[in-house]
Ligand binder design. Structure first.
Ligand code: NAP
Length: 344
């Protein structure tokens, strides 16, 4: 454990607690989903002194997923929250400290790196950013008004309330189709509202959806407004080819139109791509030596639990290497050439 001075700007606002005073972790992992927790498992097991700041609602997207069917080793599938709980207890078994705190500010300009939450200020020699991505909204009238009261982005959480009712699912990707299938357990009819004339979802899910008598698809259709008084009564939709407007009566609307990476905190410090994802290389390194990224926050393409976990493992192994190559005596100096120096 090393003792460093805090950067003055953060020191001023710091609400230091006993547990953090003077302590510099080897590694802080930002995020408590599959990527962050897998990184923690690998780091903890390698005896890297690791703090995980898991956010106030930990677990990432699997925590809102009914069944994760394609994580190897679980042939029958496993409930998303249970999978994450297992990741977490495994990380704890290897000595990682997990705090349910939301990060509000980071400083990757000075070393050790500083991470501030509402409760405390933490420091570490290395950081893995695994903050994930959050569901996108439609931005139509009624959506915000009814969010949590008929509009949802989580079928696992809210599907139960729609027993024998009609619901709409907006989107045509894997999430939309998988969750539409899930909702057929409760609802009497599920209308997938998709803006094009073909789904983006994987073939196997499409086949399941087309074979399910409870599911119909409103093709070439976009939602213009979520309708209702106290609760949702329907959606006003427009056919993008004919311009025709129509009202589809539903009791609930589930929105699955993609994700936005959670990277606002890192703008100006880490390189982001045009969609806001962190730019990282095949070793999960960002433009700042010692800061790594893993999971959906740097992955606009695959976004699978197993992929997120894999990148978390890679990031942790790279942290181990980084800490070995840049011990305390070198951490303070500018290591902006670290990537090049250590290239294999
Ligand atoms: P996605 O693949 O990006 O699909 C988003 C869908 O929403 C697309 O069909 C898109 O239409 C539509 N859309 C986007 N913006 C819209 C708007 N403003 N209005 C109406 N529709 C809009 O997102 P996703 O379904 O969340 O999946 C993300 C990634 O996770 C994908 O790589 C997916 O394969 C993966 N995933 C995998 C699983 C699994 O278990 N295997 C489960 C969930 C997700 P267009 O098609 O016209 O672009």
């Amino acid at each position: 454990m090393f003792d460093f001075k805090l950067t003055p700007s953060l020191q001023e606002t710091q609400q230091e607690t006993e547990k953090t005073r003077g302590r510099v972790y080897d590694l802080i992992v930002l995020g408590g989903g599959p990527a962050g927790l897998t990184a923690a498992i690998y780091a903890g097991r390698a005896r890297v002194d690791t703090l995980v700041l898991a956010g106030s609602l930990p677990g990432g997207q699997p925590a809102n997923t009914d069944v994760v069917d394609n994580f190897p080793g679980f042939p029958e599938g496993l409930e998303g929250p249970e999978l994450v709980r297992r990741f977490q207890s495994q990380a704890e078994r290897f000595g990682c400290q997990i705090e349910l705190e939301e990060v509000v500010e980071v400083d990757f300009f000075s070393r050790p790196f500083t991470v501030r939450t509402h409760r405390a200020t933490y420091q570490a020699l290395a950081v893995i950013v695994a903050t994930g991505a959050s569901p996108r909204r439609l931005g139509v009238p009624g959506e915000d008004k009814f969010f949590g009261r008929g509009v949802s982005a989580c079928a696992t959480c809210d599907g139960f309330f729609y027993r024998d009712k009609r619901v709409a699912v907006v989107g045509g990707g894997d999430s939309a189709v998988i969750e539409a299938l899930f909702l057929t357990r409760f609802a009497r009819e599920v209308v997938i509202i998709h803006r094009r004339d073909e789904l983006r979802a994987t073939q196997i899910y499409q086949e399941q959806a087309f074979a399910n008598p409870k599911i119909r698809v409103a093709w070439d259709t976009v939602v213009e407004e979520v309708l209702g008084d106290q609760t949702v009564s329907g959606v006003r939709v427009r056919n993008v080819k004919t311009g025709e407007m129509e009202t589809i009566e539903v009791d609930g609307v589930f929105i699955y139109v993609g994700m936005d990476p959670k990277t606002e905190l890192f703008a100006g410090q880490l390189d982001l791509d045009e969609w806001g994802y962190i730019v990282s290389d095949h070793r999960q390194r960002t433009n700042v030596p010692g800061v790594f990224a893993a999971g959906d926050v740097q992955d606009p393409l695959y976004r699978q639990v197993v992929v997120a976990a894999g990148t978390g493992a890679v990031a942790a192994m790279e942290v181990e290497k980084f800490l070995g190559e840049y011990p305390k005596s070198r951490i303070d100096k500018d290591v902006s050439t670290a990537c090049c120096e250590t290239e294999l």
